[in-house]
Every structure is written in C-alpha cells, then in structure tokens.
Design a protein around this ligand. Structure first.
Ligand code: 5RP
Length: 236
C-alpha cells in the first residue's frame, strides 16, 4: 500500500465519525485533501454537512468538489474537526503547520467539540520535534522576534536552526498575511514549557504544537488502522 492509499484509509475511517448535519472543521494538507474527496462523494449522494475550511487551499478544493462551506463567523461552534498532522505522540500532542495553515487550523480546532487527526504511521513519534516546528510570526519586527526565539530556545536547552520559511525567493506568507519560522529543534522534551515560552513572545502569533487539542488519532499503516485516544492505542 503506498503513502497515498494509507492517507485514504485513515480518511475513510474518519469519515465514519462524521454524522449527518454536522458542523465540520476541515483540515489542510494532502491527508485532509483525501478526506475532502471522500466527503464530497458522500455529499453528492445526499449526505448533509456544513464545512468550515482551515485554509484557502482547502476552501478551493471543497468548492471545486461541491462540499458546502461556511465561514467560522457564520458557524463559530463546530461539532468536529478532521485534520492531518506532521507529528503525533502517544499523548496526542501534535506538530502541525507543514502546510502553513497552523493558525486557522488551531482556531478551527479550538472552536470544535472534538478534533480527530488522520495520518499515516510515519507521523507517529515518541517525542515531538524531529519535524521542524512552524512558528507563525507577525511581519513587524521579525528580526527582534527571531532573537527572542533564539533566547527562549537557549533558556530551554533547545538547539538547532530557526529559519524563515521561503516560497521560492520570497518569504512564505500565510492566509493571515504572516510569516513562518521553522525551528529545527530535533527533540522537544517539554512541549508545554516551550509553548508557554513561545506564547510569551509578542511577535509570535501562534506555534504549531497542538497540546490537549486532539481527542483521537486515526493512523493508517500497512497492517491496518490504529486508533489512538486517551485510553491508549488499539489496532482495528
Ligand atoms: C498544514 C498541516 C497539515 O495537516 C500537515 O502539514 C500534514 O500534511 P500532510 O497530510 O500533507 O502530510 O498542518 O498546515
């Protein structure tokens, strides 16, 4: 089974968690795209859902495939969000933002009663940090913010480069008009302490660690689907 097929399998199981009429946050990335494709097929056969996209990219795909969309202003409380992830650990802590949508993803997930993560098994880690942590920053004072990030990292004993994400020759810009620093810490032993330290820096808009947000992860591997939740993990 190739990587795309694994994403489709995880998305298929997640679709089974979506009930008719739900207000649904819809994530961003290649795994979330597979979920949108399956959801669109179901919508075409009469299933009703009110989608709230986490990015312009996802909004575009939903419009193209006929998934009904609403803004978070219209639906500020959601029943469920389904999204991909760059890393997930056994406590369902996540690193997200590889696709640059972390801020809207976090706002939408926080507005949802439940967030379910879908991924292939390559995303499961013992400790967060191998994936460079995306940190969304305000453009104003970005050099000062970079220095503040360096100092916070040193204080917490974290090494590695913190690089401005580029889109060709220009900085990558998020849907919210911000830039992203990718922090290659390699290992984040205390995600909560790092989260607090990042939130204390005024130029930081948000970071890509989702702590205490997801309630379930649906992980697809060659030997089947693994469900991770607060009771542990179980193969189905
Ligand atoms: C986008 C994200 C994505 O969910 C994350 O990058 C995973 O993407 P993919 O499913 O393509 O591996 O956080 O901001």
């Amino acid at each position: 089974m190739d990587a795309r097929q694994l994403k489709i399998e995880a998305a298929r199981v997640a679709l089974g968690r979506v009930e008719n009429g739900m207000r649904l946050g819809i994530g961003t990335g290649s795994t979330a795209d597979e979920f949108v494709r399956l959801l669109a097929e179901k919508v075409e056969s009469g299933f009703e859902v009110k989608g709230v996209p986490t990015s312009e990219r996802t909004a575009g795909l939903c419009v193209e495939l006929g998934v009904p969309l609403f803004s978070l202003e219209e639906l500020p409380e959601l029943d469920l969000t389904i999204d991909g992830t760059d890393e997930v650990d056994a406590a369902l802590r996540l690193i997200k933002g590889g696709g640059g949508a972390l801020l809207r993803e976090k706002i939408v997930a926080a507005a949802s009663k439940r967030m379910i993560v879908i991924a292939d098994e390559s995303k499961v880690v013992d400790t967060l940090g191998a994936f460079a942590l995306p940190i969304e920053i305000n453009k104003f004072g970005m050099t000062a913010t970079h220095r503040a990030l360096d100092k916070a990292a040193v204080r917490l004993g974290l090494g590695g480069d913190i690089n401005l994400r580029m889109d060709g020759t220009v900085p990558f810009e998020t849907d919210g008009g911000h830039f992203i620093f990718d922090a290659s810490f390699s290992l984040i032993p205390d995600a909560e302490a790092l989260s607090d330290a990042l939130h204390a820096i005024p130029g930081v808009v948000e970071h890509g660690m989702f702590l205490g947000v997801a309630c379930e992860a649906i992980i697809a591997g060659p030997s089947g689907i693994k469900i991770m939740n607060n009771k542990g993990s179980q193969q189905i």
